[in-house]
Write a protein that binds this ligand. Structure first.
Ligand code: GDP
Ligand code: ZN
Length: 351
């Protein structure tokens, strides 16, 4: 079995190099259940627990392995192993859990690219796309916006343009799982060794797209193999899904809950009323705090606008500002890289 060839990259090899001369194995967590881990390794799939030392040193929940994590393992017997270390994460999706203290629960680690899926047959909700972009930037992964069900839409260009406007520099790709249009354009992001996750509201076509990308046959095969080596029938699939070309799709319940959270939240709301009021403020750059002649404050004062609604408006504004800063930062980093390459070229030429 060559599980290890799948999803490994130079960074991970580098991180693991200090263990190379030991009897430790490199593995990737494909499923977690109550601190038991199914881990892909060169020796096949091992059922693992963390070592006593690991547990002793773990301070909080986020120190434990999660789906997508690269781990260092010692095989104990056939099919079983112990996790001794966790390699650094390049990205993580997490959820804050409220308990005695707020804890961070990792729901997927080391995602390279997030496909933010939105359906073209319903009203495109740009605010919702902004939220998903924010979530993705915060995770450390790169977003790609997928406009699905292109076969049901006859003004794809206009809709794609409106999305491009709010998502500066983020690729926007229209696809149809029905007639397969646009799927090729997605393949650029589904490279061997890359880990990809799909985000988007329920019903936008994520499962259909996943099946198109992975191939239903492939999933069936994985399930059959599993029932064989365990000697009993089970259809639980791994939360990492292998594509034929060695790209990995991450599909965890936690990612699906992120989608629930997203749709139960008040994202549907747009704030055109507040924007309109704002145009009547005395100052153009009014922050609606305590400026004189503020139409928004006046509306809150006379009860035509609720304080609550104004607060969620402010919250969204803050998030968008954060998003813009992130985009700026990325643009800046890209610019820096470009200049580095240019100066390298100049140096090489002058040699
Ligand atoms: P999910 O909840 O995001 O996983 O969405 P599903 O993949 O379950 O799709 C929801 C519905 O949309 C199903 O009835 C699919 O058959 C349909 N659907 C998905 N992709 C397409 C597409 O490209 N074109 C059309 N016409 N229907 C689609
Ligand atoms: Zn104002």
């Amino acid at each position: 079995m060559t599980f290890l060839l799948i999803g490994i990259n130079e960074r991970v090899k580098q991180e693991f190099s200090s263990y190379e001369d030991t009897d430790m194995l490199l593995g990737r967590v494909a499923l977690e259940h109550k601190r038991m881990y199914r881990v892909w390794t060169d020796a096949g799939e091992l059922l693992c627990e963390v070592s006593g030392k690991f547990a002793f040193e773990a301070v909080s929940r986020e120190d434990y392995p999660a789906v997508g994590d690269w781990v260092v393992i010692k095989q104990r017997e056939t099919g079983k192993g112990t996790i001794h270390a966790l390699l650094p994460r390049i990205s993580k999706f997490s959820r804050k859990t409220a308990g005695k203290t707020t804890e961070e629960q990792i729901i997927a680690a080391n995602v390279d690219t997030v496909l933010i899926v939105n359906s073209l047959n319903e009203d495109l909700n740009l605010r919702r796309i902004e939220r998903y972009l924010l979530l993705t930037w915060e995770s450390g992964a790169n977003p790609v916006i997928v406009l699905s069900k292109a076969d049901l839409c006859d003004d794809i260009k206009a809709k794609a343009a409106s999305v491009e406007e709010i998502a500066l520099g983020v690729p926007v790709i229209a696809v149809s799982a029905e007639n397969e249009s646009g799927i090729d354009g997605l393949k650029a992001y589904l490279q061997p060794g890359k880990t990809v996750a799909l985000l988007g509201s329920s019903g936008v076509g994520k499962s259909t797209l996943t099946n198109r990308l992975v191939g239903q046959e492939k999933q069936k095969v994985q399930e059959i193999r599993e029932s064989d080596d365990k000697g009993r029938h089970t259809t639980t699939h791994r939360e990492l899904i292998l594509m034929d070309n060695g790209c990995i799709l991450i599909d965890t319940p936690g990612m699906r809950e992120l989608q629930l959270w997203e749709s139960s939240d008040a994202i549907e709301e747009t704030f055109t009323d507040i924007d309109k009021l704002g145009q009547e403020c005395k100052f153009r750059d009014c922050k609606h705090e305590d400026e004189p002649g503020c139409a928004v404050r006046r509306a809150i004062g006379n009860g035509t606008l609720t304080e609550d609604r104004f607060i969620s408006y402010k919250k969204l504004q803050r998030e968008l500002a954060f998003l813009e800063r992130k985009i700026d930062k990325r643009a800046h980093a890209e610019e820096k890289k470009r200049w580095k390459n240019i100066s390298k070229n100049i140096k090489n030429k002058s040699k």
